[in-house]
Design a protein around this ligand. Structure first.
Ligand code: BTN
Length: 265
């Protein structure tokens, strides 16, 4: 069932432009993928950025790698286009993933202060040990811009989902038994995003300590897949360069990219 809180009115769109750093909202009731449209727009030379592509229903969302992303009614689905500051060194560009994940953690923690909100490197957001948000960061060719696609499970529920999904995914509704105005959640995420982006651009060291504090993998046995290579070992946190540290019999290895495929308690 679609309720009023899951629909964006004209007032909601006006609020987003008035209350956040977004200069233009590109709103659609339905799209295949907000990130596909955002990448197309981000390829333009002059765009009104930060630009938000927002949709009520996304039909063929993309996840990391070859994964699909299913956006159910009641979830929040959008892509944000932001400029990379002229003086942001290329070696700090990958930090945008952790920075985005952290911004979502901050916002969700404000809505559900009693909950355990954590970051699974590089940018999945977990509520009480289950995934509540996925983030896909892309860079359009020949532009110093980031396209950050974010899907957050807000009012949708996994209570009736098959076991294989219910044991890995959750939503704000499932964890709090409350409904939230999607516009309020979006405005909170964008506010935190602006703050965290300023910290990234300014080289603020507390950004590093904040993502280290939110990491849910520390001390746990994990496997990380990068192409053909798989590394298993004990996670020793995230270093200031944003790499996941894996302790193996060969020593502590930094992983700058990859997907965490298995986590043991
Ligand atoms: C993942 O966890 O694999 C990342 C999922 C990213 C999904 C979001 S939803 C909005 C945006 N549009 C897309 O097609 N994908 C991203």
């Amino acid at each position: 069932m679609t309720t009023q809180v899951d629909i964006f009115s004209r007032d909601d769109l006006r609020r987003i432009e008035a209350e956040t750093f977004v200069r233009h909202v590109e709103f659609h009731r339905e799209l295949p993928s907000t990130s596909d449209l955002a990448l197309e727009l981000a390829a333009g030379e002059r765009i009104a950025s930060p630009l938000l592509v927002l949709v009520e229903h996304q039909s063929t969302g993309r996840g990391r790698g070859t994964n699909r992303w299913w956006s159910l009614r009641g979830s929040l689905t959008f892509s944000l286009v932001v400029e990379a500051a002229d003086d942001l060194p290329m070696d700090r560009w990958p930090h945008i993933s952790l920075t985005s994940g952290l911004a979502v953690c901050d916002a969700l923690a404000a809505f559900a202060p009693q909950l355990d909100v954590g970051l699974k490197w590089p940018n999945d957001v977990f509520l009480g040990g289950l995934k509540a948000c996925g983030i896909l960061v892309e860079v359009p060719p020949r532009r110093r811009r980031f396209v950050i696609g974010i899907g957050i499970n807000v009012n949708n529920s996994f209570a009736a989902a098959p076991d294989e999904l219910r044991t890995i995914a959750t939503s704000l509704y499932d964890t709090t038994q409350r409904h939230f105005e999607l516009t309020d959640v979006l405005i909170a995420v964008l506010g935190q995003f602006e703050r965290r982006l300023q910290m990234l651009h300014g080289g603020d060291p507390s950004l590093v300590s904040d993502w280290q504090r939110r990491s849910i993998l520390d001390g746990r046995r994990v496997s990380v897949q990068l192409g053909e290579k798989q590394i298993s070992g004990t996670c020793r946190g995230i270093n200031p360069q944003g790499a996941l540290l894996i302790e193996t019999p060969r020593g502590v290895e930094p992983m700058f990219a990859g997907t965490v495929t298995a986590i043991e308690p």
